[in-house]
Design a protein around this ligand. Structure first.
Ligand code: GRF
Length: 202
């Protein structure tokens, strides 16, 4: 099966980006990260990409008239690299119709909770404040909502009485770094079918 071309969009440190690059380089998934794009100039994700010889771009939303123009620029870049799957990894913006229409069910995100619980920011703190005994992470396809798209894979972790936001985040992150490459691998093998709200894994 042919290797699929990935893009990763990240706003921050990029540890998920790193796990994706590593899984591709090891040959665990039949994919290659062709381009990394950030909306933040100082994102460490951009450095990680460069260290692996991957083209990396900062796209400054302030240079564009509106979100549509900003996303048109991103779509242009993605199409220039013939990207087949876009992976959001700590990308801190809601994806708009311009990107969604250009990449139907070809955009994934990872979120540090067991969705549909605790969408949005500070998911780990939300979980602690709620008092759940189990949390985890979710890889899902992106739709127009915030962390609402069809769920591809989930992994759970225990929540302990003495957990802090950081200790829980760290426990979840270990699982994220395995789960995201696994979901990408399934996509690359063409095994993910979206059926309404459900993702069927063939
Ligand atoms: C991760 O916890 C991910 O689930 C969330 O943002 C964080 C990004 O971390 N969407 P990193 O930049 O991949 O290290």
């Amino acid at each position: 099966m042919a290797t699929i071309s990935l893009a990763v969009l990240a706003s921050g440190r990029g540890s998920n980006l790193q796990s994706i690059i590593d899984a591709c380089e090891r040959g665990d998934v039949n994919a290659e990260v062709k381009v990394v794009i950030s909306d933040s100039k100082d994102a460490y994700a951009l450095e990680r990409a460069k260290k692996h010889g991957i083209d990396a771009y900062f796209v400054n939303i302030k240079e564009y008239q509106d979100k549509k123009a900003y996303e048109e620029k991103i779509v242009d870049l993605l199409q220039n690299y013939s990207v087949q799957l876009v992976c959001l990894a700590g990308y801190m913006r809601l994806v708009g119709p311009t990107m969604l229409n250009a990449f139907p069910w070809q955009i994934m995100n990872i979120h540090p909770s067991l969705l549909p619980a605790f969408t949005g920011l500070h998911a780990q703190k939300q979980a602690l404040d709620y008092g759940v005994k189990v949390s985890g992470c979710t890889v899902h396809f992106v739709d127009k909502g915030m962390d609402t798209g069809p769920i591809i894979l989930q992994e759970s972790v225990p929540v302990y009485d003495n957990d802090t936001e950081d200790s829980l985040a760290e426990r979840i992150l270990v699982k994220e770094h395995v789960l995201y490459p696994k979901a990408i691998g399934l996509f690359a093998e063409n095994r993910l079918m979206v059926d309404g709200k459900k993702v069927v894994i063939e």
